[in-house]
Design a protein around this ligand. Structure first.
Ligand SMILES: Cc1cc2nc3c(=O)[nH]c(=O)nc-3n(C[C@H](O)[C@H](O)[C@H](O)COP(=O)(O)O)c2cc1C
Length: 363
């Protein structure tokens, strides 16, 4: 939704999200994003997907009110790397009060590349609290939250005025948000139902000229993206994956210039295969190793690590249904009661499957 910079604090110029959008657009390549995922998109996972081609990472949704009031919530909800790679990170908040979002955003501003407001979570508890998808019926409230947040950040000296803030301190303020992510399903559509590409097309045709748009939903494999190009590029429209191609031009790999999209965000696809955006159709062993090494440096609770490993070792969401471990091997994962035993088991499997020494050589 919005980027944050302050010249003297900017870790590196390239972590400014609008610069990342800009660089991708100049190269006519899609920007790749790791979706906000409650429980899962923690630092070790963000570092892993960043190594494998993700440009911009989201944190899980963080409740702004609790974040503002509770040190424990701050410590457990938001972890950054103080050494080594800090992937460009957007902090997603759940909020329904302008001052809460503004305060939480100023708290994370020194440590993040941007902030995002969750307007899509369909869960009943969230909607009952006027959070997530419930905000779609509260447009004025969303506007007020964004305005107040921008004002607070600006008052604190942060650059929040769109593209010009990358170069020019005066900035530009004719848009409220820097980009949007669209998940083309309704609040009641199950994730097993394919995304509504025709609805996406209506929105992207209208807004893509003024606003970068990311598509979230059903991005499982770069070879079978849920949209495709039409030709010529100026007349680009989005068509559904299931349509038979009408000519050879429609079979080309989509690019930003042949669609109305700036990039793709993935949740379930990356969970199963963090190397998705590096072009791998299934999770490679080395990606699992990378994740485990990141976990050793940026720890996660054992149960969560096991869950990640189960996801990465099972058949993925795309057409490639190969898996690192078979069902029986995966079933064993839940028996581990400590990290050392899990690492030993995975080391054994790595050696068995690849003939290479496992993770302990890196730790
Ligand atoms: C485990 C899990 C947790 C999620 N948590 C969040 C969240 O915190 N905030 C959010 O906006 N969306 C959340 N989502 C929704 C995803 O960001 C994404 O929009 C949705 O899963 C569709 O993308 P996919 O087809 O790539 O999974 C979550 C999805 C999953 C699977």
């Amino acid at each position: 939704m919005g980027s944050i910079t302050r010249d003297e604090d900017a870790p590196t110029a390239s972590s400014h999200p609008l610069k990342i959008f800009d660089a991708a657009r100049r190269q006519d390549r899609f920007l790749y994003a790791c979706a906000p995922m409650v429980r899962y998109s923690k630092l070790a996972f963000r570092q892993t997907v960043h190594k494998y081609g993700v440009d911009l990472c989201w944190t899980p949704m963080i409740l702004a009110k609790e974040f503002n009031r509770n040190q424990f919530a701050r410590d457990s909800d938001f972890t950054i790397s103080t050494s080594g790679v800090q992937p460009p990170t957007i902090v997603q908040f759940g909020a329904n009060v302008p001052l809460e979002l503004a305060r939480a955003s100023t708290l994370v501003a020194p440590f993040a590349s941007g902030v995002d407001l969750n307007c899509g979570c369909p869960q009943s508890w969230a909607c009952a609290e006027t959070l997530g998808a419930a905000l779609m019926n509260k447009r004025e409230l969303v506007r007020d939250m964004v305005i107040e947040t921008r004002q607070h950040l600006e008052r604190d000296g942060w650059g929040v005025r769109m593209e010009q803030d990358m170069e020019n301190p005066k900035g530009r303020s004719n848009r409220l948000v820097d980009w949007v992510t669209i998940h083309p399903r309704t609040r009641h559509t199950p994730s097993t139902t394919p995304i509504r590409t025709e609805a996406l097309e209506i929105l992207t045709e209208k807004y893509s000229r003024t606003l970068p748009i990311l598509l979230s939903g059903d991005v499982f494999d770069l070879a079978t993206l849920p949209i495709r190009s039409t030709s010529p590029p100026d007349l680009a429209t989005l068509t559904i994956k299931e349509d038979p191609p009408s000519n050879t031009a429609t079979q080309q790999q989509p690019r930003p210039s042949t669609t109305n999209l700036s990039g793709f965000m993935s949740a379930r696809g990356l969970l199963a295969n963090p190397a998705l955006f590096a072009g791998h159709s299934a999770c490679p062993w080395e990606t699992l190793e990378t994740f485990m090494c990141n976990v050793a440096r940026c720890p996660l609770p054992l149960k969560l690590v096991v869950h990640h490993v189960q996801e990465m070792c099972a058949p993925g969401m795309g057409d490639d249904k190969s898996s690192l471990l078979n069902k029986k091997e995966r079933a064993k994962l839940v028996d581990f009661t400590n990290m050392a035993d899990l690492i030993d088991f995975l080391d054994e499997k790595i050696e068995e499957h690849t003939g290479q020494k496992g993770m302990r050589r890196d730790l």
